[in-house]
Design a binder for this molecule. Structure first.
Ligand code: DGL
Length: 264
């Protein structure tokens, strides 16, 4: 496997852009090929079978693009489709966004109450609870289905502040020490969540945890790009939207040539 090959990253929409940006901050010479399945979002409301189907099609697309590894930058797809995606091609490493965070939380030895907000798919599956499974750690989870579509549409007004506050004031979160943003879209409202808890709750930075994990993996496999030049990342969506292009521009501070590519 050539170290100069790109890293594939996918999500249902803009959420995974925050993961991709974090990877680039940690590994500045890697090229990203990003796919946002804007036609089928929100994934969190879909059946596992549909999420598996879309994720497989995207993974095959990224494999055709010769990606050296693929990051499922979506908690819902990490939950519903990870096992199936691993079966596609045993030469391509697939990394999900749940396991690195679970590994980090398993290191906590004190009594710890952790809040979790995520899509219905992620929360109902109890994926985090099952994987962490430590008696000193209690997870208090709530599905917050209005958030991803709101973030995708870049709605940032009083209504969105009220929706966020409404979810976070749930009594489940009264005595939490840490909070998992269990949907990659929610990293775009990270500051709002921090502010709501008056900086008294640690908002776990899954993006940093995942990008360090990716870096360690590439180092171990001798796959870090040795060609030290700035890369032109590629961005694809299943349904072109202006707001996606704007968001990608904002995140990557470069001209984005957003291409539409249908997977189905
Ligand atoms: N960003 C995705 C996640 O992490 C899902 C948002 C959606 O429902 O499409 O779960």
């Amino acid at each position: 496997m050539e170290s100069s090959l790109p890293i594939g990253v996918f999500d249902s929409g803009v959420g995974g852009l925050s993961v991709a940006r974090s990877i680039i901050k940690t590994l500045p010479y890697e090229k990203i090929i990003y796919y946002g399945d804007t036609e089928h979002l929100p994934y969190g409301e879909k059946s596992n079978n549909s999420i598996i189907l879309f994720s497989k099609k995207i993974t095959n697309f990224l494999i055709k693009k010769k990606c050296k590894i693929i990051i499922i930058a979506c908690n819902s797809a990490s939950t519903a489709a990870y096992e199936e995606l691993q079966k596609i091609n045993n030469k391509i490493k697939i990394i999900n966004v749940v396991d690195p965070v679970v590994a980090e939380l398993k290191k906590v030895n004190k009594k710890c109450n952790i809040g979790l907000i995520g899509t219905k798919c992620t929360v109902n599956s109890k994926n985090y609870e099952k994987k962490i499974n430590k008696s000193n750690i209690k997870i208090f989870s709530l599905s917050t289905p209005l958030l991803a579509p709101m973030i995708e549409e870049k709605i940032n007004d009083n209504l969105s502040t009220n929706i966020i506050a409404n979810y976070l004031s749930n009594k489940k979160f009264k005595n939490i020490h840490k909070m998992i943003l269990g949907c990659t879209h929610y990293h775009l409202i990270r500051e709002n969540v921090k502010l709501f808890f008056k900086n008294e709750v640690e908002i776990i930075n899954s993006n940093i945890i995942v990008s360090r994990y990716v870096k360690n993996y590439l180092i171990t496999k001798n796959l870090v790009n040795k060609n030290k030049k700035k890369q032109n990342h590629e961005f694809y969506v299943s349904n072109y939207t202006n707001s996606f292009e704007k968001c990608a521009k904002l995140f990557f501070k470069q001209k984005i040539n957003l291409k539409q590519h249908k997977i189905i």
